[in-house]
Write a protein that binds this ligand. Structure first.
Ligand code: ATP
Ligand code: NI
Length: 311
């Protein structure tokens, strides 16, 4: 049994995750580039947690860490629990594709040399189940016989979603599942996630489309420069800036096209050259001396935030 919280089981609990890559600099010096730091995130059964944040903030790497599919030169520290138990490498192998599924961000995850039907059906799936998933996503039976290169972007995306939702899983991690889909199909995909969550699954929905996410998500986690800066109920994003806790989350909302479309000055810091304290400090209107120290996540107004000025 997992850990109970408001009658919901913890499906995935990631604590203090770091991910670094070793690489060779000019010459033969081996250096480590830490791209994820002090990252905490939790997904409960029955909920959709949307993960948002700038490009390069570590969203896909979190997904790959959970699945155990990081490249060989990656080192990972911290703890991950699945259904209340430590998630070991052995478990990751056993669970992935079944209890833990990933809808990958890139269609390059499809095997280019294998017909689509065979890939979707997998080893344990049945043809009936596959056809049911295909029908739901508007894919005809002809698609089964195609190779990935014969699919359009939108079709390939639908194939990836079908692949993932074949099994009865406990955790679905969808990494940008909607680009390339028309609005109706994108909504259908999200409705499907909602239905799976309502049946008890935990869904982590990584997305740039905050509006679409808000139509189904229960909670939102905001990532910046490889760490979590805020975790809060989705309602707070609907209520707007004042309900949010972190200056980056507020700036993120401001930058949306439907709002003032106001970009944030400056850029996300480079992983090889991070400031000591708050990673957002050099772009932050609230910056003070205190921001130079180590900033922990703290509980504020029913959410969590990594900012000393949050009230
Ligand atoms: N194999 C790798 N070697 C070195 N650095 C990497 C590697 N993979 C990812 N990174 C770096 O880690 C950081 C996080 O990457 P990640 O793909 O998780 O970002 P993301 O939040 O998913 O971005 P996007 O929204 O563009 O998909 C980036 O700065 C990226 O350059
Ligand atoms: Ni990504």
């Amino acid at each position: 049994m997992g850990v109970l919280n408001n009658n919901k089981e913890s499906v995935l609990k990631v604590k203090n995750l770091t991910v670094s890559f070793s690489r060779y600099d000019r010459g033969w010096n081996k250096t480590n580039l830490q791209v994820i730091h002090s990252l905490d995130v939790e997904v409960f059964s029955g909920e959709i947690l949307a993960v948002v944040g700038s490009s390069g903030s570590g969203k896909s790497l979190l997904a790959h860490s959970v699945l155990g599919i990081l490249p060989d030169n990656a080192t990972i520290t911290g703890s991950m629990e699945f259904m209340g138990k430590p998630l070991t490498e052995k478990d990751q192998k056993k669970l992935r594709g079944e209890q833990i599924v990933l809808i990958p961000q890139s269609v390059e995850f499809l095997d280019p040399l294998m017909k689509v039907g065979k890939q979707v059906k997998g080893i344990k799936g049945t043809v009936e189940k596959m056809r049911e998933a295909f029908r739901r996503y508007g894919l005809s039976e002809n698609v089964e016989k195609m190779y990935p290169f014969q699919l359009s972007g939108g079709m390939a995306r639908r194939v990836l979603v079908s692949t993932a939702v074949m099994e009865k899983s406990k955790l679905i991690i969808a990494d940008e599942p909607t680009p390339g889909l028309d609005m109706e199909m994108a909504m259908e995909t999200l409705r499907h996630f909602r239905q799976l969550a309502d049946q008890g699954c935990g869904v982590m929905l990584i997305t740039h489309d905050i509006d679409l996410a808000l139509s189904v998500a229960d909670r939102i986690a905001v990532f910046y420069a490889g760490t979590t800066v805020e975790e809060c109920p989705a309602e707070d994003f609907i209520k707007g800036k004042k309900a949010l806790r972190h200056p980056y989350s507020r700036a993120f909302i401001d930058a949306l096209p439907q709002n003032s479309f106001k970009p944030i000055k400056g850029t996300q810091p480079y992983a090889g050259d991070l400031p000591k304290g708050c990673l957002f400090a050099d772009r932050c209107p609230l910056r003070t001396e205190e921001c130079g120290g180590k900033i922990q996540m703290s509980s504020v107004r029913g959410g969590k935030v990594r900012c000393v000025h949050a009230t």
